[in-house]
Design a protein around this ligand. Sequence first.
Ligand code: ATP
Ligand code: MG
Length: 436
Amino acid sequence: MAEKLNAVKGMNDILPPESARWEWLEATVREVMARFAYRNVRTPILEHTALFVRGIGEVTDIVEKEMYSFHDRSDKYGDNDHLTLRPENTAGLVRAVAEHNMLYDGGKRLWYIGPMFRREKPQRGRFRQFHQIGAEALGFAGPDVDAELILLAHALWKAIGLTDVRLELNSLGQPAERAQHRAQLIAHFERHADRLDEDAKRRLHSNPLRILDTKNPAMKEIVESAPRLMDFLGAESLAHFNGLKAILDANGIAYTINPRLVRGLDYYNLSVFEFVTDRLGSQGTVCAGGRYDDLIAQIGGKPAPAVGWAIGVERILELVKEQGTVIPAPVPDVYAVVPDAAAMPIALRALQQLREAGVRAQMHAATADGLGSFKSQFKKADASGANYALIFGTDELSRGEVMVKALRDGTGTQTARPLADVTAWAATLQSSALNN
Ligand code: ATP
Ligand code: MG
């Protein structure tokens, strides 16, 4: 036998019954996005490496060490490209917005869902192929859309029944304010150079802000005593931040201000926020976002303000599971029992008519051993979770009928139904109101 091949490390198969949770989440997300008038976009999974280097920033974790990049072979179609599997979707979305001049007639509210790729150490809540749902509002400058995005996330938590997430907020100000703070921050860390870990030493002159984001407890003290970016903000930046807080307050949205919240990607300014939970161990951030007013220009587009967030789907689903939320099971309404293969053409025609009427119908299919006994077919009908077995027996068929047997109401009631008029009784089989 050939050697067995397995999935790539850190990349997961999503299979039934687990996939039902994904479908449920996706359907809910679609509904909530529509309620906020956000529209779906789908960008390619492969992009030019330069998009991420310029868009995310050269000295970020992602670009420094996490990207799946390769040099595409040059053939007569190719142009000898450096390509990367997208590690996130904001850069690609912004590229698409600029490339198609989508802001020509005003701001846009967009959302996406899909797989992202980062070469990280696989662990709980951290994978190499993972999924994000993101919402982005482009072309709007005020704190009102920042608030709208937070309200959108909130609506989503409500729709999926999440309770244990809290909102953390900060402002990164504008580049000039950050530059002033940066100088002070470097000076502070230099004064405590003996206490910096390897990561911090490496970042000291490239990206000192990121040191604040350290997960190393030994650095807690020097990080907490570091100069706060908030104290370097000018009037305009503060007004933006206060505007956001006022809307959140008016909506009863609780938050805490976390001056060390900086985000791992380089493109943020003004508002940054995270929704975090204590229920997922150290991988507790389930949604992260902020304003990125300079990104579009940075990748060569016409400058336009923008703000957005991304949700880690795996982490959200784990949280949903942790909370014991019951997801409706995707079971069929009916299972066809077909004792004799000669009845198959009629049975399949009836099932097709039922499906057209909206009934979820599972056919019984033959294995290498044939259709199996009546009894074994019934076992399968029961295991399928269907509420009814449809018995296409020879006697019933000779009368132009099928027997409908209730499997779950404890009565085992059998009702003969005419095959000539399937649509007339189809609705009696539907329980989709209960478990769709
Ligand atoms: P972290 O600090 O956990 O590495 P990050 O700053 O790299 O997060 P973002 O790039 O902001 O994360 O991504 C947004 C969200 O996507 C995260 O809050 C998280 O929920 C999820 N996420 C990021 N990386 C992974 C991963 N490797 N596996 C699973 N989920 C992830
Ligand atoms: Mg990361």
